[in-house]
Design a protein around this ligand. Structure first.
Ligand code: PMP
Length: 417
């Protein structure tokens, strides 16, 4: 048997056999509380019965229609239903398979639509692993190092990462916007700049939320210069942050929206939404791919949307997110190594620092591993890997949050002793 490539690095020792709701079960019969949700994907919980049923039914009718060859009902119905939840004005969409592909598609779309070559991304962002998306990714060097030459036309400007700078949010935001103006004066003129790509909450970069002043600053500059504002909602979308879209927190519109992960409960599906006018500027056939908008994935997404709406998962993310955050803040108050607890909704991070306030990835790794041993699955993130993040399925209830908090305290005690 060929061995699995060592490129594949596994964060937990679990060999998962099945999942149900917020729990995963190992082949060894052990039960784990899953606060990773497959990196923010299984928002409806593992194997939600409505998703399973929709997938079974669709798989028996049509698995692969191929939407550039024949159209199929799941894709049409999904598109209609998504228009109920997409921000105003984003009335045209198409599908690919992953977050990275959707980022690439949005990149080509914005270049096409504006005729401008460059895009601005924000320092610490993660947009994907393909060469274009990797060039736009600055959350850690491991996503870029050794892949040169990367793509041209990407300019990086600061994100308001207040804790890292040791500044207030206002100071960090003022700095980031001033630097963005400088970037537009020195590195890419507005006339050359197609788009700003921004995550409403830096995900892989350390779970750092943007804020209204920053996002309004982007919107205002975008409008002034005819630059498109692209929100990468791959991790923040579909209710994760306690609002349907992460950027809903900031009261700014978007010109292009990218969604994936939570969209289809684990089936590979991503979508790019924009206005009809903008989409019409791209060549027909210039986007898409063999598997994009797969019929079973679309059926899973439709069932996902049904569950998110009928079970009130967006509201639940806000309610349970507040409960989790309060509990995490209590633990952090007793443990000086947890320097910051932050995030939005059910997308929360705990930043581990040493006694001088520097990132402490070793502490984060010890706690993450102690959590696995205790039965709580967690992931780390951040440039140094010193942020332990929590992204439970959005179906999590108060008892399960409390169970997670109990295990978290145990893991922190074990990891820091
Ligand atoms: N954008 C963001 C914000 C992400 O969090 C991710 C994945 N972590 C991606 C893009 C890339 O998605 P994928 O892994 O599906 O290619």
């Amino acid at each position: 048997m060929a061995e699995l490539s060592p490129i594949l690095k596994q964060a937990t020792p679990v060999l998962a056999e099945r999942g149900e709701g917020v729990y995963l079960y190992g082949e060894d019969g052990r039960r784990y509380l899953d606060f990773t949700a497959g990196i923010g994907v299984t928002s409806t919980g593992h194997c939600h019965p409505r998703v399973v049923e929709a997938v079974r039914e669709q798989a028996g009718k049509l698995i692969h229609g191929q939407y550039t060859t024949v159209m199929h009902r799941p894709l049409l119905t999904l598109s209609e239903r998504l228009s109920e939840v997409l921000p105003e004005g984003l009335d045209s969409l198409f599908y690919v398979n992953s977050g990275s592909e959707a980022v690439e598609a949005a990149l080509r779309l914005t270049r096409h639509a504006t005729g401008r070559p460059n895009v601005v991304v924000f320092h610490g962002s993660f947009h994907g692993r393909t060469i274009g998306a990797a060039t736009m990714t600055t959350s850690a060097t491991k996503f870029r190092a050794g892949f040169a030459p990367l793509m041209g036309g990407v300019v990086v400007s600061p994100f308001p990462t207040a804790f890292r700078y040791g500044w207030s949010e206002e100071e960090a935001t003022r700095f980031a916007l001033r630097e963005l103006d400088y970037t537009l004066q020195t590195l890419t003129s507005p006339a050359e700049t197609a788009a700003f790509f921004v995550e409403p909450v830096l995900g892989e970069g350390g779970y750092v939320p943007a804020n209204s002043a920053f996002m309004r600053g982007l919107r205002e500059r975008a409008d002034r210069h005819g630059i498109l504002l692209v929100v990468d909602e791959v991790q923040t979308g579909f209710g994760r942050t306690g609002r349907f879209w992460g950027h809903d927190h900031f009261d700014v519109g978007s010109d292009v929206l990218i969604t994936a992960k939570g969209l289809a409960s684990g089936f590979p599906l991503s979508a790019i939404a924009a206005s009809r006018d903008l989409m019409a500027k791209a060549w027909p056939g210039s986007q898409g791919g063999t598997y994009g908008g797969n019929a079973v994935a679309c059926a899973a997404a439709l069932a996902t949307l049904d569950v998110v709406q009928s079970e009130g998962l967006v509201e639940n993310a806000a309610t349970q997110g507040a409960r989790l955050r309060e509990g995490l803040a209590k633990v952090a108050a007793d443990v000086s190594a947890i320097g910051d607890v932050r995030g939005l909704g059910l997308m929360l991070g705990n930043e581990f620092v040493d006694k001088d306030g520097n990132p402490d990835p070793a502490a984060a790794a010890r706690v993450q591993q102690a959590a696995s041993a205790a039965g709580l699955l967690l992931l780390t993130c951040g440039a140094a890997g010193n942020v332990v993040r929590m992204i439970p399925p959005l179906v999590v209830n108060a008892d399960q949050i409390d169970e997670g908090l109990g295990l978290w305290r145990e893991a922190v005690n074990a990891g820091m002793s």
